[in-house]
Design a protein around this ligand. Structure first.
Ligand code: ACO
Length: 385
């Protein structure tokens, strides 16, 4: 019999290195985020979600022809199979968390795709592109069903970001709103070996299919310590009820040792660069939607309190989830849909990293330090107390 191994444990795999990657880099000390060598600020200024997805998948910026072909393919995949509408209509209502609807629907896409079990790199890559297009469509349909409205057919004349908003809200966005959604999609697209990416990669390393791996990733993104935080931030801001209550609220939260949603990060020990973009964007959005001003003022106040109280001692700053939800709120989107929107973007990073790992795949399989008994004598049922 093998005896317990003794080893030091990095709780939560902190600092553990799982693989090499060229997809993206998080500089947690200085607060920088890089996709395939390009700083995320350059991409949010000049790129589009379509181009950034190509960059993540193929490792280079596309030329004109490559970008047009890629966009055309994404557009061709926007329509969803009718079976998925039926399944969503039967299972989705205001009480179902939309992330559950989303992973069920992605599983359904896998169930009806005749090529799901072809796990060649070429076929997985095709499914990746299909999912980049279709997760946005799924999120939009889920939002419509939740709101008791009819799904909206995709519009092939619109960009990915504009079509996503159109399918969700039923209205074609103005150019500024389209650009802001595009920036949000770009900045959420990849982020190192975060929990959902790792979950998807672990699943795919067993040589399961791409749909199943993405279902796994979505289940992981749902949690409030990860992507689910963007939804929880809004509930916290509503609970605070105004900037004048923020100091008192924070004092109580500290006393109960409750974590403040949208703050802190395993890797960033500086201000999250994505929050640096989203903070000012949210304040800009107030001009378009003045009714969100109290929430934005509360967020700004909470940001300053936490940076004042926790930045020096614990290196806690706002993360991507703190301001992103307010952006979607300003676009008139339901709070529960914030994390599914995150998934509609992160699908690019999930699939890029899964595809990068696949050709040199090795099963992920860590160990635990066994701390239980090892030599107990079996006790028959009638002798147990
Ligand atoms: N509010 C208050 N205190 C915090 C917070 C927070 N948001 N985050 C960390 N801390 C404190 C912890 O209480 C702990 O203090 P202690 O040393 O006195 O016990 C210390 O900072 C370290 O915290 P850990 O939880 O060990 O740090 P970890 O690296 O495991 O956590 C995490 C990272 C999960 C993101 C954490 O900061 C957190 O729970 N944040 C709130 C949820 C959130 O916003 N998640 C989204 C992250 S971004 C993303 O995934 C897209």
């Amino acid at each position: 019999m093998e005896w317990p191994i003794s080893a030091s444990i990095n709780k939560g795999l902190e600092g553990a290195i799982a693989c090499e990657s060229k997809v993206g880099y998080v500089d947690g000390v200085n607060g920088h985020l890089v996709y395939r060598g390009y700083d995320c600020f350059q991409l949010s200024d000049f790129s589009t979600f379509e181009e950034t997805s190509y960059l993540l998948l193929y490792g280079k910026l596309p030329n004109n022809q490559e970008l047009n072909d890629f966009k055309a393919k994404l557009i061709s995949y926007r329509e969803l199979p009718y079976e998925v509408f039926d399944a969503l209509r039967l299972t989705t209502n205001i009480n179902t968390h939309p992330m559950i609807s989303l992973y069920m629907a992605v599983g359904m896409l896998g169930a009806i795709d005749e090529k799901t079990e072809d796990i060649s790199v070429a076929n997985q890559e095709e499914i990746a592109i299909k999912l980049i297009a279709q997760i946005s469509s799924l999120v939009a349909v889920i939002a419509r069903i939740r709101a008791g409205k009819k799904p909206v057919k995709p519009d092939s004349s619109l960009s990915h970001a504009a079509n996503f908003l159109y399918m969700m809200t039923g209205k074609k966005p103005d150019a500024v709103t389209e650009k802001i959604m595009d920036i949000a999609l770009i900045l959420h697209a990849d982020h190192g070996m975060n929990a959902s990416t790792f979950t998807g990669m672990v699943a795919n390393s067993t040589l399961t299919d791409m749909y199943s791996s993405i279902v796994a990733a979505i289940t992981s993104l749902k949690g409030s310590l990860h992507g689910g935080a963007n939804e929880k931030v809004l509930y916290d801001l509503e609970e605070i009820g105004g900037p004048e209550n923020a100091e008192e609220w924070f004092k109580k939260v500290r006393e109960t040792k409750r974590k403040v949603m949208g703050f802190g990060h395993r890797v960033y020990k500086a201000y999250d660069p994505r929050a640096r973009v989203f903070g000012p964007l949210v304040r800009f959005m107030v001009e378009k939607r003045p009714e969100i001003k109290p929430l934005v003022d509360t967020a700004t106040k909470l940001d300053s309190i936490i940076v004042r109280e926790l930045a020096k001692e614990k290196k806690i700053f706002p993360n991507v989830d703190f301001y992103s939800g307010l952006i979607y709120k300003a676009m008139g989107i339901e709070t529960a849909m914030f994390t599914p929107i995150f998934a509609a973007s992160r699908i690019s990073g999930w699939t890029a990293r899964i595809l990068e790992y696949l050709p040199k795949n090795r099963l992920f399989r860590p160990r635990a330090v066994y701390t239980g008994d090892i030599k107990l004598e079996y006790i028959p049922l009638d002798k147990r107390v």
